[in-house]
Design a protein around this ligand. Structure first.
Ligand SMILES: *[C@@H]1O[C@H](CO)[C@@H](O)[C@H](O)[C@H]1NC(C)=O
Ligand SMILES: *[C@@H]1O[C@H](CO)[C@@H](O)[C@H](O)[C@H]1NC(C)=O
Ligand SMILES: *[C@@H]1O[C@H](CO)[C@@H](O)[C@H](O)[C@H]1NC(C)=O
Length: 413
């Protein structure tokens, strides 16, 4: 959805894309440690750390190299992607700073589509994508009550970007001006797919209600989505005729979804695209994803009670009493050399409620090794294992490593 359902941010993870909105400046990176006592808490610490590791670098478990299959030949690079950013004359100036976060003039191809020209940017022209003024859409019907007709213009960005005839394109990637992409992760994800076939890749909303309303199989626009070159060319050809039929729909993403359905193409779900139909503080989701996010955020629908709203993932309790909440460890530093990556975390003290398991733990130090996965390895990910050294000097050292073939991590209750 583009207009009404303004996404506040779409964050990304490891092997895919996503974003972080400036509206929710997050403290670098963090770990949450479950509140006091019990060995299970400790096991949870470990899994969170492991999870954090997966967040930080998209290494997945090592899998012996198999014979090169056809798909490993898709050596897709940044240059093979063309980004089309849906913006408007009102939002472009305030939001170009978001785009600047991920756009590199030398290696990213992107265009921002606006309804009309805007005044000079505060950025130098090379630092942000060139602006394209969208074509006239007055002939298309729009009957959704209370919606914004700009949904048609935004849907037509698909056609307009294809018709620029850019050379050597494998994927067109669409997003809003507040969608932030992790370009290298996105490139890696898309390189799993054959761009010569018809692919529509993205993800639905975190909100069950939104998915019920629109579709579980629609790529929600705020989280960004990708269309393979071969499919985009055909979609561009038929889009205007589809737009005449879907005047009753709300958003641009519903229009693209409907038109692709007419072509007989369904969504390929990739979990790294994040619509973020949530409000409030995304800390809990960022901290714990992809385990059960803590509940620090609020449902999209204003006034809705978190207990009665449904998310597409399991959520965990976020106690009112701050002393019962998990302890937070903030990322302090990251260094790397040829032996691996070393990251340090220090405990954040929230008020006066230090007790239990983390009382004597001030620092966590994590060792890991960066691995480069080929496409086949990315298709069958397994999380990693770790060794926890006995704590010393209020610190604990965790060494993240590949799991043994039949190694299990069990929690003893
Ligand atoms: C981008 O390319 C220009 C011209 O080739 C070069 O001067 C500049 O250093 C490059 N910038 C980066 C960040 O690579
Ligand atoms: C792209 O190619 C088509 C077909 O050759 C042509 O009609 C169109 O004008 C071209 N667009 C641009 C922007 O050059
Ligand atoms: C204990 O940790 C602190 C903080 O990192 C460090 O300054 C100190 O040297 C450490 N002491 C020992 C004995 O390792």
């Amino acid at each position: 959805m583009y207009q009404r359902k303004k996404k506040q941010s779409k964050l990304s993870l490891s092997e895919t894309i996503g974003s972080l909105s400036k509206k929710f400046p997050m403290p670098s990176t963090f770990l949450r440690i479950p509140a006091p006592s019990r060995f299970t808490s400790f096991i949870l610490i470990l899994s969170l750390i492991l999870n954090l590791y997966l967040l930080l670098d998209f290494n997945l478990p090592y899998v012996p190299k198999s014979k090169l299959s056809r798909s490993t030949a898709f050596s897709t690079t940044r240059r093979h992607l063309v980004f089309a950013i849906a913006s408007s004359s009102l939002s472009w100036r305030p939001r170009e700073a978001y785009v600047r976060l991920w756009y590199s003039p030398n290696s990213t191809r992107a265009f921002a589509f606006l309804d009309r020209h805007v005044s000079e940017s505060s950025f130098s022209p090379g630092d942000i994508p060139p602006v394209v003024i969208s074509g006239d859409t007055s002939k298309f019907p729009y009957t959704f009550r209370g919606g914004l007709k700009s949904a048609i213009r935004v849907a037509r960005v698909v056609k307009e970007v294809v018709e620029r005839n850019e050379s050597d394109v494998r994927w067109f990637v669409f997003g809003d001006d507040d969608t932030v992409f992790f370009v290298d992760n996105l490139v890696k994800t898309l390189s799993k797919y054959d761009h010569d076939r018809w692919f529509y890749i993205g993800s639905n909303s975190e909100s069950y209600e939104q998915n019920v309303k629109y579709s579980f199989n629609m790529a929600f626009g705020g989280g960004g989505f990708a269309i393979s070159y071969s499919l985009a060319r055909v979609l561009a050809m038929v889009l205007d005729s589809c737009l005449m039929r879907y005047g009753h729909l709300y958003g641009s993403d519903s229009r693209i979804f409907s038109c692709l359905a007419e072509l007989g193409v369904g969504l390929t779900h990739e979990p790294g695209f994040h619509q973020v139909d949530m409000r409030g503080n995304l800390f809990g989701m960022l901290a714990a994803h992809p385990l059960s996010p803590l509940r620090t955020f609020k449902p999209w629908r204003r006034g809705a009670n978190i207990d009665s709203s449904h998310f597409m993932f399991n959520i965990r309790e976020y106690p009112k009493n701050p002393c019962k909440r998990p302890t937070i460890f903030f990322l302090q530093s990251v260094t790397s050399d040829k032996r691996g990556i070393l990251s340090d975390y220090t405990r954040h003290i929230d008020g006066n409620c230090l007790s239990g398991a983390t009382k004597n733990l001030k620092r966590i130090r994590v060792f890991s090794r960066k691995r480069y996965l080929d496409i086949e390895q990315m298709k069958a990910p397994r999380r990693r294992c770790c060794n926890v050294l006995p704590s010393f000097n209020e610190s604990v050292i965790i060494n993240i490593r590949q799991c043994g073939m039949d190694e299990l991590i069990a929690s003893y209750v």
